[in-house]
Write a protein that binds this ligand. Structure first.
Ligand code: NAD
Length: 499
């Protein structure tokens, strides 16, 4: 067990600056209107830094810088860009603990997550796209004896990127790595709930990129996000966030006829077939662990397995073991490496979760675990903590249909294969799903029949850089990770040459 020191206290790896300006043209730039907002740590509920409150004027400055930088950056070779991406990956790896403390303090997640998952994945993403851009080939075809068609990948130019608060650094990196590899200049707006950890990353990597290639403007959705997403000066907008905001982003993009990728909400079904409990062996243990994952990262994961579907013969026994296992999940100081459940990212999010717990009770769902706000006492007393909560009910209830984005699980039973697929697909969203079965045919068939962009079979919550990730239905348009993401940041040039 290691407990990292609170930022700014003796022995801590991190001392935040009292104030973070925007990062434009390779330097810190004060907001044009001179306004700032407070970043509040969910760990103790207290403000810890001020952040530039960007507006349309700051977005314009950032776009000016990006437009100046884009032509030269777009003409660099794949090898040159790959070297830059690899250097960024090295810096992340060398500063893993520092970045993990910053991310935990900003977002409230248990430090084991950024240390063991988010940040190693972030550096690996840069390495993956460094390799992907170097191995990308053009294409040519001899159309007849005199004519050859040549196809090239060209950068889009200047792109906008807007990210959410649940994985501040990793969500930024999922967008930055393919965009930079593809030769684009970027204006990014982080989430107003978690702006600082990205700025700590920029302090470390900002100088690796030529000035203006990456610009960050902080601020609120309507004040800074909308001017960016609706600007006629970007050639693409990439967004991750709520489905309702995603709809607006698509409208802005259509006005300028630019492509938009939108990675949106989810309500993932985690399906457990009866044969899982055939033996109480390591497979069974793994499935139990897969069930409890709904509570990790406080359920603030777009693919959180927030609906559990248990086949009738194992419903009671599997659930009672899983409830006990969830009860034992360690909730505590997010800076403690033993902690498994940390703080919700903001007070608003905590209130939203508590209101859904009320809705579940009013709908007649049975509360099997949790349901209350948690006061961890001492210095953490003001933090945003809630108990992992398990409801039993049916798929028509709002707690089964709507994204709560907290450690709240909705459990129901199913009779047979068709019933499981029908319940899983009876939802607006189609981002992720899980299938647990010892029968490879059943698991494979379910994986194909579920309407979701990612189905984990006999595992859950792995995000390797090479595996395409994105939503079906209202969960979004486009893919992140995998070489497919590069395609979202390039356009095809065809030269038709007569000889
Ligand atoms: P949100 O939509 O409220 O905000 C996301 C970002 O959009 C923020 O930076 C915000 O400032 C900005 N924004 C808000 N209104 C805007 C507007 N009108 N124009 C431009 N920008 C605007 O979402 P959130 O609450 O920060 O994030 C949680 C959501 O993100 C959940 O629904 C979750 O499922 C989703 N998510 C999806 C994925 C995925 O890959 N599909 C990954 C992580 C999170």
């Amino acid at each position: 067990m290691t407990v990292y020191s609170k930022p700014g206290t003796p022995g801590s790896l991190v001392t935040f600056k009292p104030r973070y300006e925007n990062w434009i043209n390779g330097g810190w730039v004060k907001p044009v209107k001179g306004q700032y907002f407070e970043d509040i740590s969910p760990v103790d509920g207290k403000p810890f830094a001020e952040v530039a409150r960007g507006t349309a004027e700051d977005i314009e400055l950032a776009l000016d810088a990006a437009h100046r930088a884009a032509p030269a950056w777009g003409k660099t070779t794949a090898t040159e860009r790959a070297a830059v991406l690899n250097k960024i990956a090295d810096v992340i790896d060398a500063n893993l603990e520092l970045l993990a403390v910053a991310e935990t303090w900003d977002n409230g997640k248990p430090i084991r997550e950024p240390l063991n998952a988010d940040l190693p994945l972030a550096s690996d993403h840069f390495r993956y796209f460094a390799a992907a851009i170097r191995s990308q080939d053009g294409d040519h075809a001899e159309l007849d004896n005199d004519t050859v068609s040549y196809q090239f990948h060209e950068p889009l130019g200047v792109v906008g990127q807007i990210i959410p608060w649940n994985f501040p650094i990793l969500m930024a990196v999922w967008k930055l790595a393919p965009a930079l590899a593809g030769g684009n200049a970027i204006v990014m707006k982080p989430a107003e709930q978690t702006p600082v950890s990205i700025m700590v990353l920029i302090e470390l990597i900002g100088d690796i990129l030529p000035p203006g290639v990456l610009n960050i403007v902080n601020g609120f959705g309507l004040e800074a996000g909308k001017p960016l997403a609706s600007s006629p000066r970007i050639r693409k907008i990439a967004f991750t966030g709520e489905t309702t905001t995603g709809r607006l982003i698509l409208q802005y993009a259509s006005a300028n006829i630019i492509p938009a990728t939108v990675e949106l909400g989810g309500k993932s079904a985690n399906i457990f077939f009866s044969d899982v409990a055939q033996e109480q062996d390591s497979f069974y243990e793994k499935a139990q662990e897969g069930f409890v994952l709904f509570a990790f990262n406080q359920g603030e994961v777009c693919t959180a397995p927030s609906r559990a579907l248990l086949q009738k013969p194992i419903y009671e026994s599997f659930l009672s073991t899983a409830v006990e296992r969830t009860r034992k999940a360690i909730q505590g100081n997010p800076l403690d490496t033993d902690t498994q459940v940390g703080a919700q990212a903001s007070n608003d999010q905590l209130e939203k979760i508590l209101s859904y717990i009320d809705i579940g009770k009013q709908e007649g769902a049975r509360l099997a675990l949790g349901g209350e706000r948690v006061d961890l006492g001492g210095d953490l007393s003001g933090g945003f903590y809630v108990e992992p909560t398990i409801f039993e009910g049916n798929n028509k209830m709002r707690i089964f249909q709507e994204e709560i984005f907290g450690p709240v699980l909705a459990v129901t039973s199913f009779t047979d294969y068709d019933d499981a697929i029908s319940i899983a697909n009876d939802n607006l969203y189609g981002l992720g799903a899980g299938v647990w079965s010892r029968d490879g045919n059943v698991a494979y068939r379910a994986g194909r029949d579920i309407h979701a962009g990612r189905v984990w079979i006999n595992n859950y919550h792995h995000y390797p850089a090479g595996a395409a990730f994105g939503g079906y239905k209202s969960s979004g348009i486009g893919r992140e990770n995998n070489k497919l993401a590069l395609g979202h940041y390039q356009q095809t040039k065809n030269l038709l040459v007569s000889y």
